[in-house]
Design a protein around this ligand. Structure first.
Ligand SMILES: [Zn+2]
Length: 136
């Protein structure tokens, strides 16, 4: 590996750390630079979606609009797709059982600890009145 590539990689690891990624796991998984860049970008997308959701959630709390609810559910679907892409780039199996961002979404009111406990299990715990995952 040349000196320039080493510098690029060091810079990328710095970015990854700032994005809150586990750099040790990056090494253990043997991720290449493209995969690391993808993961950083996917985390930015997640942050953007979460911000949009917060905004929409405020609006929804004001007027319970079905249209806003629909938009929130669409964002939730995007979160799911991002989770699959993250798994792919991390060299993990693309499996919904191991998704953890869906219940961290601002618009989700499902129980977080219960779902953390069910990491890797088929059955999740949904809150009946969750805008995204509830019955209505
Ligand atoms: Zn929920």
């Amino acid at each position: 590996m040349g000196c320039r590539q080493m510098n690029e990689l060091a810079l990328l690891y710095e970015q990854a750390k700032k994005a809150g990624l586990n750099t040790r796991l990056i090494m253990e998984q043997g991720l290449d630079t493209n995969e690391i860049k993808n993961i950083i970008k996917l985390h930015e997308e997640l942050n953007n979606i979460f911000e949009q959701e917060e905004h929409l959630l405020d609006l929804y709390n004001e007027n319970q609009s079905e249209e806003i609810k629909k938009q929130l559910k669409e964002l939730s679907e995007e979160v799911k797709q991002i989770e699959f892409k993250l798994q792919k780039n991390w060299h993990f199996e693309q499996d919904e059982k191991y998704h953890t961002y869906w219940y961290q979404q601002p618009a989700c009111s499902c129980p977080k600890l219960d779902n953390m406990d069910r990491f890797g299990f088929e059955y999740k715990v949904y809150s009946r009145d969750c805008i995204l995952h509830g019955k209505e």
